[in-house]
Design a protein around this ligand. Structure first.
Ligand code: ADP
Ligand code: MG
Length: 604
C-alpha cells in the first residue's frame, strides 16, 4: 500500500515492505529525510497492556545494541494504538532470498557469513537479549562495496510479544524449524538457544534444507527433541564437528556465539577448496539419539513397538510424517495460520512428551537422562508406561503382563489443554479455539465426548483463546455511502478508531470472510452533534439478515456486542429520524477473532 501516513510527529511511513507473524514492516523517513524501516506490531499486541509495558521496558536494551552485523534499532515508538520499532533500512534482501535464488553456499562462504552473524549475535547477547527467532528471514543483507554484509534483525521482539495474553508465544511465533528443543519444551531460552538456531541455519546454507523439517509441525518438534541431524553430503569434517556441537540438545553443552564466531572464522580458509553442495530435496534422515526408547515411543502408533531401531531407520517417523515435497516449500507466513492453535498444539505436545517421558522440564533437554528416565522400570521394553487404547490387537502375545482395563472418557473441561492432553494420552485430539476474554488461555471449555463414555479414537476439545482485535476502521470497506473511518467523541469519551456517519442516512459494508467471532462498539450520537435533539436509528445486518437495531440520541449511547461467527458480510446502516444531517458513530467498533485465524488487517 503506498499511501503515506505519519508515525508520531517525527516520522512518515511511505510504503509497505512486507509482513510477518508479529507485524508489518514499512519503509519511511524522518523529518530530515533519513530513511528507516518501521515494524508496526500487530494490533492484538498493541492492544495488550502487558506487551506495551514490556515494549517500553525493553527500549533501552534494544536501542543500545550497536554492531556492524546487527540491524540497529533506533527507537521504539508507542503512539496511540500503535507500537512501532524504528530500525535501519536494509536494502539487500535477506538470507532466505539469497538461498532461494542462489542455492547452497560453498562451505567457506557459509562459514564466513555465519561467523559474522555469530559476532552480531554476541553483541545482542552482551546486551542481555536472547534473540529467540533467528531464521534466514531475520538475517538481512546490507549491500556494501565489499559485498553484502549480514545483519541480524528482530532480536528481542519475540520476547516482547510473548508477554501477550493471547498466546503462549515463545513457541508460537514462527516456524519450529529453527527452534531449540528447550524452547519447544516451553523452557526459558538461554543464549545458546540462538546457537542452536545458528547451527540449523548454517546447515541450511550448506544443503538447502533444515535438518528436521517436513510434515506436520508436531513431527518437526519431535525430531528436534529426539533425533540428531543427519549429515548432508559434502560438508567437510571440521565444519560438521562444529555443527554437531551447535546442535547439541543440552543447551549448556553448546558453544557460545563468541566461540562459534572464532571457530567459523578459523575454519573458513581451511574449507576454501570445498565446493558448494547440491540442493537437497529432502533432509538427510535424522538419526535417533543414542537409545531408541524415546523416539520410538513417540513415533510409533499404539500397539506397535520397535524394540530395536536400526541406525538408519527414521522409517517409522518418516512414514508417519511424510516430508513435504520441495515444491510445497513456501514462505512461512501463510503456512503458520492459526497462531493460537499452534501454541495450543505445542503446549499439548510438550505436555505429552513430558507425560510420556515422565521426566520434568528441568532435565528434558538432556537426551541422555531423558531416555533413561523415560522408560518404565522394566526398561527392557520400550512400551509407554501407560497403555494405549488399541493395545488389544494382540497379534503378539504381549510381554506386558497386565493389560489395563478399557478407559473411559475423563472430564477435561476446566483443565489446561496440556493436562487434558496428558489425560487423553493415545487419543487423537483436535482443538477448536474459541475466544474468551475471561477464561485463561488454553483452558478446555468443551469436550465432544461426554465424561464416562468409552474412550474414543479421537475427540474435539474447544479451547479458550484470548481474542485478537481488529478495528473496523482498519479494514477496507467493500461499499459505503456517507460513512467513513474517523475518530469520535461520545458522551465525553474518545473513540479514536470509529466508524462515523454524518448525513441524513448512509451505510457501510465490510467483508468479514467468516474470520471473526464478535463485534463490539459503543454506538451513539457524537458530542459535537449539530442537531442534538435528533435521534438516529442504527441497524446492523449480517449476511443481509437484520441482527441489531437501536435508536440513539445525545447522552444515551448503546453498547453493541454481536456474535458474528461465520458471517461473511457486515452492513451498518443509519437514518436520522428527523431527516437531518445527524452525526452518529460506532465508537471503536472492533472485531474479535482467534489470533492467526483473522486475515492480516493491513491492506495487501
Ligand atoms: P519475517 O522476519 O517473519 O519475514 P518481518 O515482519 O520481520 O517478517 O519482515 C517483513 C518483511 O520486511 C520482510 O520481507 C523483511 O525482509 C522486511 N524487513 C524487515 N526488517 C527490515 C529492515 N530493517 N529493512 C528492510 N526490510 C526489512
Ligand atoms: Mg523479520
Amino acid at each position: 500500500m503506498s499511501s503515506e501516513f505519519a508515525l508520531g510527529s517525527a516520522y512518515t511511513l511511505t510504503h509497505e515492505l512486507g509482513s510477518g507473524a508479529l507485524g508489518t514492516v514499512y519503509r519511511g523517513h524522518d523529518q530530515q529525510g533519513r530513511a528507516y524501516a518501521f515494524k508496526l506490531l500487530r494490533s492484538e499486541y498493541a492492544a495488550d497492556p502487558a506487551v506495551v509495558q514490556r515494549f517500553i521496558q525493553e527500549r533501552s536494551a534494544l536501542t543500545a545494541v550497536q554492531h556492524p552485523n546487527v540491524v540497529r534499532t533506533h527507537d521504539l515508538v508507542v503512539e496511540g494504538p500503535r507500537l512501532a520499532i524504528v530500525m535501519d533500512l536494509v536494502t539487500g534482501g535477506d538470507l532466505r532470498n539469497q538461498l532461494t535464488q542462489h542455492g547452497p553456499l560453498a562451505p567457506a562462504d557459509a562459514a564466513r557469513l555465519m561467523a559474522s552473524v555469530a559476532s552480531g549475535l554476541t553483541a545482542v547477547h552482551q546486551a542481555g537479549i536472547v534473540h529467540r527467532d533467528l531464521k534466514p528471514e531475520n538475517i538481512l543483507l546490507s549491500p556494501t562495496p565489499e559485498g553484502p554484509v549480514p545483519q541480524v534483525s528482530d532480536f528481542g521482539i519475540a520476547h516482547i510479544a510473548e508477554t501477550s495474553g493471547s498466546t503462549r508465544t515463545s513457541v508460537a511465533l514462527g516456524t519450529p524449524n529453527y527452534m531449540a528443543p528447550e524452547i519447544l519444551a516451553g523452557e526459558a531460552p538461554t543464549p545458546t538457544a540462538d546457537v542452536y538456531a545458528l547451527g540449523i541455519i548454517t546447515y541450511e546454507l550448506l544443503c538447502g534444507l533444515t535438518p528436521f523439517e517436513g510434515g506436520h509441525h508436531m513431527a518437526v518438534i519431535r525430531r528436534h527433541a529426539d533425533m540428531a541431524a543427519g549429515r548432508p553430503p559434502g560438508v567437510p569434517d571440521p565444519l560438521w564437528g562444529l555443527l554437531e556441537a551447535m546442535l547439541t540438545k543440552a543447551p549448556t553443552e553448546r558453544p557460545s556465539t563468541h566461540d562459534v564466531a572464532a571457530r567459523l572464522s578459523a575454519l573458513a580458509p581451511v574449507l576454501a577448496a570445498a565446493p558448494a553442495a547440491a540442493r537437497l530435496s529432502e533432509p538427510p534422515a535424522p538419526v535417533p539419539l543414542g537409545g531408541t526408547a524415546q523416539a520410538t515411543m513417540l513415533a510409533v502408533p499404539a500397539g506397535q513397538s520397535g524394540s530395536s531401531t536400526p541406525p538408519t531407520a527414521s522409517a517409522p517417523m518418516a512414514s508417519a510424517t511424510p516430508t513435504a515435497p520441495p515444491g510445497q516449500r513456501k514462505r512461512r507466513k501463510r503456512m503458520w495460520v492459526p497462531v493460537i492453535a499452534l501454541a495450543v498444539l505445542i503446549a499439548a505436545i510438550t505436555t505429552a512428551v513430558l507425560a510420556l517421558g515422565g521426566n520434568d522440564p528441568e532435565t528434558n533437554a538432556d537426551p541422555g537422562e531423558t531416555s533413561s528416565e523415560s522408560t518404565s522400570p522394566d526398561s527392557s521394553t520400550v512400551e509407554p508406561a501407560t497403555n494405549e487404547p488399541a493395545e488389544d490387537s494382540s497379534e503378539e502375545p504381549s510381554d506386558d503382563p497386565s493389560p489395563e482395563p478399557p478407559r473411559e472418557m475423563p472430564e477435561v473441561v476446566g483443565l489446561p489443554l496440556g493436562t487434558a492432553m496428558a489425560e487423553l494420552e493415545g487419543v487423537e485430539v483436535t482443538t477448536i479455539p474459541e475466544i474468551h476474554q475471561d477464561v485463561p488461555n488454553n483452558e478446555v471449555i468443551a469436550q465432544s465426548v461426554a465424561e464416562g463414555e468409552d474412550l474414543p479414537v479421537s475427540v474435539e476439545l474447544t479451547v479458550a483463546s484470548q481474542p485478537a482485535t481488529v478495528y473496523l476502521a482498519m479494514l477496507d470497506e467493500v461499499d459505503d455511502r456517507n460513512m467513513s473511518s474517523e475518530g469520535a467523541q461520545i458522551d465525553a469519551e474518545d473513540y479514536p478508531r470509529s466508524v462515523v456517519g454524518a448525513w441524513n442516512s448512509g451505510y457501510i459494508e465490510y467483508n468479514l470472510s467468516r474470520s471473526y467471532q464478535q463485534l463490539l462498539a459503543t454506538v451513539g450520537r457524537v458530542d459535537s452533534a449539530s442537531d442534538a435533539a435528533d435521534e438516529v436509528q442504527v441497524t446492523i445486518f449480517l449476511d443481509q439478515r437484520e441482527v441489531w437495531s437501536e435508536r440513539v440520541s445525545v447522552g444515551s449511547p448503546a453498547e453493541l456486542d454481536l456474535d458474528v461467527t461465520d458471517a461473511l458480510r457486515l452492513r451498518i446502516e443509519y437514518t436520522s429520524l428527523q431527516d437531518n444531517r445527524s452525526e452518529v458513530a460506532l465508537g471503536d467498533a472492533r472485531l474479535l477473532g482467534v489470533p492467526g485465524e483473522i486475515p492480516d488487517e493491513t491492506d495487501e
